[in-house]
Design a protein around this ligand. Structure first.
Ligand code: PLP
Length: 460
């Protein structure tokens, strides 16, 4: 039909080629090789994306929590074209530089909290976290403490999939995939519920960050890495005082605090950076995703002044870097992305859409006995599904409630993401583009409402 954006024959061809030649992240290769792609995107506009069949979906997760300014943004596209036409790429190794990378460094450090005054560029989140670990170790070795190497991350934290980042990622699936990892990474209990933070009296004390520090010895620990809000691990908000307590603990023991802002950074949580919600200043801050709204592959590690001052004191080579560190086109796009965020007051929109989404959550909780633990910080949001929410009794393990509800939403043309909690696959994550409006939030909630109704009809 006219509606198809790819002809039916070409569509079949594409699927066959995809099955044969394209190995996809987080799929089961056997199933993909048999069934092919779930859908194949062709174009996007705002919060909407179209597939090869011409069907339009609401992108309720900003793809991978990253397309923050939404799809089809012409200003970003034009900026990329202009920069590519002028100078698509230049090296940043061995002292070479370029204007967009410098301007972006100045801009980001002026926006970042505290004295995070210098940046090292990468091409994404995993590279940023690996870089943060290496810079932390490099820093300690310059301070005459080369034995400070260990990294502590939180259980359920997601920090990416390069080998060091994957070791810090404390979601079992990612360790089951490949046994390779680095040594010297420890996973601390997340304290996802209210607790006396790190206090000896708390029953969760065993395995807490403090416990690990005391057991391993602070003089062996380089850094603690924490997502301000855990994303892929289940959209978990830190309890009140949590990040402040991590900051205090790091100061007490002389350990660097790395904030993984890969999802939270650049407006997602209703503040420019996730840590800004708590007035906490990390020593290193890893960014990616929202830095460019996904229009270019870019990440970075911001470091505080004192780390930078230490690095510039000695004659040691910073023997680290990626071909695409400081990529001029990627940096030009990020600069424009930040300009639009500020000009269009996008972060204020995030805050008001958080209220709309919360109103939707209240409605869903009133209507559906399975829905609970709704949460939203800015447009980083989610809810959980239980057979009995008051007693927190999960559905039978043969049922994957969030997978089913997300599938129902998908059938109604809303893309969301199911995540797992301790009791099974029962968390639904919601993170639409930050430019979403009230009516569009209501559209999402209406689809979720109908989807849960169908799920409850089947299972209650
Ligand atoms: N850190 C966090 C908090 C993330 O959510 C992700 C990706 O989802 C990463 C790191 C890894 O980023 P990338 O996939 O760009 O390597």
């Amino acid at each position: 039909t006219d509606q198809l954006s790819v002809s039916p024959t070409a569509l079949v061809d594409l699927e066959e080629l995809d099955k044969k030649h394209y190995l996809h992240p987080t799929t089961i290769p056997k199933i993909h090789a048999e069934q092919g792609p779930k859908l194949s995107f062709t174009e996007g506009n705002g919060i909407y994306v179209k597939d090869t069949k011409g069907d339009e979906y609401i992108d309720g997760l900003s793809m991978l929590w990253n397309v923050n300014l939404g799809h089809g943004n012409q200003e970003l596209a034009n900026t990329a074209k202009e920069q590519m036409t002028k100078l698509a790429f230049s090296s940043s190794f061995a002292g070479y530089s370029n204007e967009p990378a410098v301007r972006l460094a100045e801009k980001m450090t002026s926006m970042a909290p505290g004295d995070l005054n210098a940046v090292f560029y990468t091409s994404g989140g995993s590279e940023s976290n690996d870089t943060a670990f290496k810079l932390s170790r490099f820093y300690w070795s310059m301070k005459g403490k080369p034995e400070k190497k260990k990294i502590i991350s939180l259980k359920q934290g997601y920090h990416g999939v390069t080998i060091a980042a994957q070791t810090a990622t404390a979601i079992p699936l990612f360790h089951q995939f490949s046994s390779s990892g680095i040594s010297d990474v420890f996973h601390a209990k997340p304290h996802l519920t209210d607790c006396e933070l790190g206090g000896r009296s708390h029953p969760d004390y065993e395995g807490s960050i403090r416990d690990i520090v005391e057991k391993e010895g602070a003089d062996t620990i380089a850094a603690v890495i924490v997502e301000p809000v855990q994303g892929s691990g289940g959209v978990h908000m830190p309890p009140d005082g949590y990040l402040e307590a991590v900051r205090k603990l790091c100061d007490e023991f002389g350990i660097l605090f790395i904030a993984d802002e890969v999802i939270c950074g650049f407006g997602r949580t209703g503040k420019m950076f996730g840590v800004d919600n708590w007035d906490v200043v990390p020593d290193l801050m890893c960014v990616a995703k929202g830095i460019s709204s996904g229009y270019s592959q870019l990440g970075g590690v911001l470091i505080k002044q004192e780390i930078r001052d230490t690095l510039v004191q000695y004659d040691q080579v910073l023997a680290h870097g990626f071909t695409y560190s400081g990529h001029p086109t990627a940096c030009a796009v990020a600069l424009k992305n930040i300009e639009i965020l500020e000009r269009d007051e996008v972060v204020a929109n995030v805050k008001s859409m958080e209220h709309e989404l919360n109103a939707g959550f209240e409605y869903l909780k009133d209507k559906h006995p399975t829905v609970t633990k709704t949460r939203a910080l800015g447009l980083l949001a989610g809810f959980e599904l239980y057979k009995d929410r008051d007693e927190e009794i999960p559905f039978d393990s043969s049922i994957l409630p969030s997978t089913e509800v997300v599938e129902e939403c998908f059938n109604r043309k809303l893309i969301l993401r199911p995540l797992a909690s301790q009791v099974g696959r029962n968390i639904v994550a919601i993170a639409p583009p930050l430019i979403i409006n009230k009516r569009q939030v209501e559209d999402m909630v209406a689809i979720i409402d109908d989807s849960i109704s169908d799920f409850e009809k089947k299972h209650l």
